[in-house]
Design a protein around this ligand. Structure first.
Ligand code: NAI
Length: 337
């Protein structure tokens, strides 16, 4: 069985090769994104393995089906970049890795909070330059602050637990509340209440039609003055122009992003010798109270190992004729078996 792994990096190759000791599955690593241009090479593959910024829209799904590809194996949790309806209509199975290390992303979200709050980036540089002046480095004590968690699935749940451990008052918004979090001391509130009460807001819901630009001019206006906003979920949850306005008016006091709406043009590649053309992104970088990382929330060794083993397991399951699995977003049609 031939698998084309798109958007492949050296670290993908290392973990997938070590999780695939047998030659039963032939892995082909392709550094380019999957999109309308690169889909032409897929006639040689039975399975394509894709990541967060690959384009698996309806046209690409059609082309994959025409090339005889049977399975789209996502090596990530989010699937907003895949047209599931079209995959189902064209008889392609789609699988993903729903929870490889929710703690990894939760810990990264909290790392952004702590770095912004205690200004670790500035402190690091000052001390290296022999500057031990503390002026401007004042932070706030996390204990006692109200932290709002939007989406309490695997990652939001792990984040809420860390914040409860810090002594924060944790308020959550999710259409499906978790009793276990309530028992641990968190409170479920309406989205408006969360916006109005929180000193820190951290986003952990998926990107879909309902959540697109969840953070916009209107919702920013409802937030507390000087709020800290963290997004490690998907860039499209935030209208970037609205948060830039919020930063300029000081409504938003801190912004931590691991994702960005237009990240597919930028992230996961070295642009350090280029002139970045995205003026909105460049404006974000000019604020002293903005910290951006390039979609690395998932990036721990444990998570990479789990991603590789679950993805290969999904490939074996579909090839072996299984039609039901919690990791299938679109089950393989009976005719596959
Ligand atoms: P999950 O599916 O376990 O949880 C999502 C939760 O959000 C569910 O409880 C759902 O009920 C809730 N939800 C759905 N719509 C909502 C809305 N409009 N408002 C509030 N809650 C809503 O997903 P998981 O594993 O926790 O991942 C969350 C997101 O994190 C993924 O969709 C993905 O986009 C992102 N992610 C980011 C990574 C990174 O490296 N930065 C890595 C992995 C995931």
């Amino acid at each position: 069985m031939k698998v084309g792994i798109f958007s492949a990096k050296a670290y993908d190759e290392a973990v997938f090769n070590s999780a695939n000791p047998s030659s039963e599955i032939e892995l082909h690593y392709i550094p380019a994104h999957l999109d309308c241009d690169t889909v032409a090479i897929c006639s040689q593959f039975d399975v394509v393995c894709v990541f967060v910024n690959d384009d698996v829209s309806a046209a690409v799904v059609d082309a994959l089906a025409n090339h005889g590809v049977k399975h789209i194996a996502l090596r990530c949790a989010g699937y907003n970049n895949v047209d599931l309806e079209q995959a189902k209509a064209r008889g392609l199975a789609v699988s993903h890795v729903p929870a490889y290390s929710p703690e990894a992303v939760a810990e990264h979200a909290v790392a952004l909070m702590l770095t912004l709050n205690r200004k670790m980036n500035k402190a690091y540089n000052r001390v290296r330059e022999g500057n031990f002046d503390l002026t401007g480095l004042t932070g706030f004590t996390m204990a006692g602050k109200t932290a709002g968690v939007v989406g309490t699935g695997n990652i939001g749940h792990a984040t809420a637990h860390i914040l409860l451990g810090f002594g924060c008052k944790v308020v959550c918004f999710d259409p499906y509340p978790k009793q276990e979090l309530i028992d641990a001391g968190a409170q479920y509130v309406t989205f408006d209440h969360l916006l109005e009460q929180s000193d820190i807001i951290t986003l952990h819901c998926p990107l879909n039609e309902q959540s697109y630009h969840l953070i916009n001019d209107q919702t920013v206006a409802r937030m507390r003055d000087g709020v800290m906003l963290i997004n490690t979920s998907r860039g499209g949850l935030i209208d970037t122009h609205a948060v830039i306005n919020g930063l300029k008016s000081r409504k938003i006091g801190y912004l931590g992003l691991d994702v960005y709406e237009m990240e597919s043009e930028l992230f996961f590649r070295d642009h350090s010798f280029e002139i970045i053309q995205d003026d909105v992104f460049e404006r974000l970088l000019t604020f002293h109270n903005v910290m951006i990382t390039g979609h690395q929330g998932f990036f721990t060794q444990e998570a990479l190992d789990q991603i590789a083993s679950t993805t290969l397991n999904n490939i074996h399951k579909v090839a072996g004729g299984e039609t039901e699995s919690p990791t299938f977003l679109v089950a393989p049609p009976e005719s596959h078996t």
